[in-house]
Design a protein. Structure first.
Length: 436
């Protein structure tokens, strides 16, 4: 998430949701094609309108591979990989998802033009300067033409200062504050500030709302995120009142009341952890019954714990198809294929695992299109700059370079889900864009 100074380890949804949510049942597969989804800035589509043509389920067709195993006798095609893991706040499931995708490519999709795919992995554990180490390792590896990123919320500045655009970097969600502006970096799921405009589209077109109450923590990151939400809501024509509160506050009846939650048509919390708990308790005490449309940062086990064991039954916006969405063909395809590649059920439901999976398969698509004998940092960068999508468990269309202030951000679309309690999510929309 750009310009967010505090470490964030929650990406699009909490990376530690497995104990709370479990995993949707595995299912069959369909056909890989692409469509524009909800292309209009002011439009939204119901979840029921999605078809097999909107999603990626046929991985062989998607990557342009050949069924069967890679030829172990050929030289491998090596990708760099960097992720925060090994310490508190790390997300090892991102690397597990990436490794499972590599195994699947080599076992089922014929590798890269017959060549085995391989990862050169470097991890950041707990310090910013460790990113420099990873940058030096992967930049110095002559057999690494391109780099994949898991959740690099820490160490991204020092990593990017070393890589400096010399090799392309592909990341699912840009969590580190310098990632959205890094040279030759491509974020296929975008970042929160650039997808928050969709809150305006959803509030206007689905809820028919005229007024909104935004309640946010007074931290640098949440101020930026709430500002993006306010901008999207105002662009959709809503009258908005936004009120912040101190991160240490527990009784939030005052800020919630000051924001006009009692009378607003929609309430938008922008916080994490205890802030989400405080907002939920205040809304309950004030008997607020209007829709609450939250950022995904409130979808974390500590929020459920603070509320007695379950998340608030709010609507949540996210920039991916949730792996827990048992109605989604792309979720079913991911669960089935990644299980075959050895990814455990607990990790499948942690969203950085499918993000890692998606990143590697996007690379496989790009590398196969180039051909194993023509893969260079320059050729991969050129392909990524023109990459139109679709993205596995992501939007059907992406546009890298759309935002001059965040050239690495390739997506500004989100989907909205209703949480029904006990791990059940109901999809409410297809992909929608910010208001134009």
């Amino acid at each position: 998430m750009p310009s967010i100074s505090r470490p964030i380890r929650l990406g699009l949804v909490s990376a530690a949701m497995a104990p709370l949510l479990g995993v949707a049942a595995c299912g069959g597969s369909g056909t890989t094609t692409s469509s524009s989804g909800s292309s209009g800035g002011g439009s939204s589509a119901t979840a029921d309108s999605r078809s097999a043509s909107d999603v990626v389920t046929d991985y062989l067709g998607y990557v342009g591979g050949k069924a069967g195993k890679a030829d172990a006798g050929l030289d491998p095609v090596t990708l760099g990989w960097v992720n925060v893991e090994g310490g508190p706040g790390g997300n090892p499931e991102a690397t597990l998802g990436a490794r499972a995708a590599v195994k699947y490519v080599n076992d089922k999709l014929g590798g890269i033009g017959g060549h085995p795919l391989k990862l050169n992995v470097c991890t950041v554990v707990s310090a910013e300067e460790e990113g420099q180490k990873c940058g030096q390792q992967l930049l110095g590896a002559k057999d690494v033409p391109a780099i994949g990123v898991g959740n690099l919320y820490l160490g991204d500045a020092s990593f990017n200062s070393v890589i400096a655009g010399k090799k392309p970097v592909l990341v699912g969600v840009a969590t580190g504050p310098t990632m959205p502006t890094a040279t030759n970096t491509f974020s296929t799921f975008g970042d929160l500030p650039h997808i928050f405009g969709t809150w305006g589209t959803y509030a206007r077109d689905v809820l028919k709302a005229k007024t909104a109450a935004v309640i946010h923590t007074n931290t640098p990151g949440d101020k930026i995120a709430s500002g993006a939400a306010v901008k999207g809501l105002k662009a959709a024509g809503l009258k908005v009142k936004s009120v912040g509160f101190d991160a240490q506050s527990t009784d939030l009846i005052g800020p919630v009341t000051a924001a006009g939650a009692n009378t607003a048509d929609v309430v938008v919390p922008v916080s994490i952890g205890g802030g989400c708990v405080g907002i939920a308790k205040a809304l309950k005490q004030l008997n607020v019954t209007k829709p609450v449309v939250s950022t995904p940062l409130c979808m974390s086990p500590d929020v459920a714990q603070g509320l007695g064991g379950d998340l608030p039954t709010w609507t949540y916006g996210v920039a991916q198809t949730l792996p827990m969405d048992s109605s989604a063909a792309d979720s079913k395809a991911f669960l089935k294929a990644s299980a075959e590649a050895g990814l455990g059920k607990d990790d499948q439901s942690k969203v950085f695992a499918p993000l890692g999976w998606s990143t590697i398969l996007t690379y496989a698509k790009v590398l196969n299109a180039i051909g194993p004998d023509k893969i260079t940092s320059a050729s991969v960068t050129a392909r990524l700059k023109k990459f139109p999508g679709p993205v596995i468990m992501g939007a059907a269309e992406v546009e890298c370079g759309k935002y001059p202030d965040a050239p690495a951000v390739c997506n500004d679309q989100a989907r909205f889900y209703q949480y029904e309690g006990k791990g059940r999510f109901k999809p409410l929309t297809d992909w929608i864009r910010p208001p134009q």
